[in-house]
Design a protein around this ligand. Sequence first.
Ligand code: ADP
Length: 169
Amino acid sequence: RPRRDLTRIFLPHLVASMEQVDQTYIMIKPDGVQRGLVGEIISRFEKKGFLLKGLKLFECTKELAEEHYKDLREKPFFPKLIDYITSGPVVCMAWEGVGVVASARKLIGATNPLQAEPGTIRGDLAIQTGRNVVHGSDSPENGLREIELWFKEGELCQWTQVQVPWLRE
Ligand code: ADP
């Protein structure tokens, strides 16, 4: 009896399960809120097709800002960075999707807005590193860590976009 080609049966599932769904923490910084860029920035991620899981306008404490940026604690600009992030409300977002962490970093652009490509958020909307309007997690691990840090239980929603069949084949 000929052996069944198991790869034909199992590979599609394997490939599908290897497409890891990531989460990223995106934050519109106080300058983005003050400059009226909230709708514009959210809209870029929305139009791309990622799934919005959490969203809030929020005034963060110094402690939370310091925990969020703890890897930069030794940098000379750290105190200024904490003053900046706590200078007004921020918009906190959790986005989900395959490759969302890396893709969001591309949509956001380089840390220094003068080096960020036109078409990116920072490239289009900002001119200085110290006022670069938006944050995006730099790895899937940090995406999870930061979402846990900025959102409480019950603040994230499980839902399915009606557009899914038009985003993924
Ligand atoms: P990114 O936000 O692009 O991941 P980093 O993790 O290197 O960049 O830095 C975090 C944030 O710290 C930057 O987005 C920016 O707001 C601020 N920052 C970084 N470098 C400087 C600098 N040289 N001067 C002032 N602020 C800085």
